[in-house]
Design a protein around this ligand. Structure first.
Ligand code: OTD
Ligand code: ZN
Ligand code: ZN
Length: 352
């Protein structure tokens, strides 16, 4: 039997990324810009990116931090609040400044305090977005104290997402970082206006990895990883080739002191080794032929963009590929995601 040891793919994109700001931005941006052509940039800065003016300024800071020679386009988003102006959104979309709007239920994840409490108060923005075809990226977890953290995604689908999609059937929705079989099933059941991103880490870890044998703060993220059956459903979805699923790493760096402490932040940093991790996962499933769809084709198709022209190569090496265990930024050290197995696939970004 012949085994694949070399693959050429269109250059991948990351449809959900946290780049932060200032020294952290400078330190971690190269991990993405080296490996990806474009990324949807999350707006959960402090304070958040809420207006076109904020998005423009943030985009400029990202471009200023980009290393020479890196070919990378940040796709900006606005953070939806109950006072977002539909006209500002429409103009920012029309000018090409933003590619999506991000919905955080208030309190659902890092820096989401300014998110939405009463969905009625954003209906004017959603209506406008449906009209102009601008995608809404959704952090799909309820925040009700009486809902168990492991159930928050499934409950969000029933209570919020499904009614919202029925009310705005033309609205393009991306279910961000799905973590459950419920999320997979719902994404499959929608029409062409619905898609879901899947992270690298949710394809690799389950909740045991966080908790068995001692607590692993570097595996803690939101939505929290679920049972193994859910991870398997995510792997099946990602490797299926279905156009509804594509990569959004949700790579979310925090400096180590903020992860390893009495109340650790949520977020896993995967930007630097994502392509190697994904090649491993897809190879295990006998699905290397579907990797390009997941990382490079389905996302742009959903967002109405062309796939990247350039290509990358993935080469399987006998010796494990070495990645740094930490990225040292001017804002402190960030731990790189450890998948728990050696990585043998190496991404070559400028194949000759
Ligand atoms: N999840 N951490 C962060 C965001 C995400 O829900 C998310 O998108 C973060 O640190 O910004 C995390 O665990
Ligand atoms: Zn989120
Ligand atoms: Zn995120």
């Amino acid at each position: 039997m012949s085994t694949t040891t070399r693959l050429t793919l269109r250059r991948p994109d990351d449809w959900h990324l946290h780049l932060r700001d200032d020294e952290m931005l400078k330190g971690i941006l190269p991990s993405t810009s080296e490996n990806f052509g474009r990324a949807i940039i999350m707006p959960n800065l402090v304070p958040p990116v809420v207006s076109a003016k904020d998005a423009k300024a943030y985009r400029e800071r990202i471009m200023a931090a980009l290393p020479e020679g890196h070919d990378f386009t940040p796709l900006m988003t606005l953070y939806l609040t109950e006072t977002t102006d539909p006209q500002d959104v429409a103009e920012a979309a029309k000018s090409g400044l933003i590619s999506a709007v991000k919905l955080y239920p208030a309190g659902a994840t890092t820096n989401s305090q300014s998110g939405v409490r009463d969905f009625e108060n954003v209906s004017n923005v959603l209506e406008k977005m449906a009209e102009i075809g601008l995608p809404l990226c959704v952090h799909g977890e309820v925040t009700d104290a009486d809902v168990d953290i492991f159930d928050r995604e499934a409950v969000f689908i029933d209570r919020i997402l499904d009614p919202m999609r029925k009310r705005f059937p033309q609205l393009k929705v991306v279910m961000e970082h799905i973590t459950t079989k419920d999320g997979v099933d719902y994404a499959k059941s929608g029409g062409d206006n619905l898609a879901a991103t899947i992270t690298t880490h949710h394809l690799i870890i389950n909740r045991n990895d966080i908790l068995v044998g001692g607590i692993k703060p570097h595996f803690y993220c939101l939505p929290v990883a679920k049972r193994e059956e859910h991870r398997l459903a995510l792997v099946a979805a990602a490797t299926s080739g279905s156009p509804r699923f594509f990569l959004g790493t949700d790579s979310a760096p925090h400096r180590d002191e903020r992860k390893v402490c009495g109340c650790g932040c949520a977020g896993i940093f995967t930007a630097i080794n994502t392509m190697s991790c994904l090649a491993h996962v897809f190879e295990n499933e006998g699905a290397l032929d579907q990797l390009e769809a997941f990382t490079s084709l389905n996302g742009p198709a959903f967002y109405g963009m062309a796939a990247n022209e350039r290509t990358i190569e993935l080469v399987k090496c006998d010796a494990p590929v070495e990645f740094p265990s930490h990225i040292h930024t001017g804002d402190g050290s960030v731990t790189v995601f450890d998948p728990g197995f050696p990585l043998h696939w190496k991404a070559i970004n400028n194949p000759s």
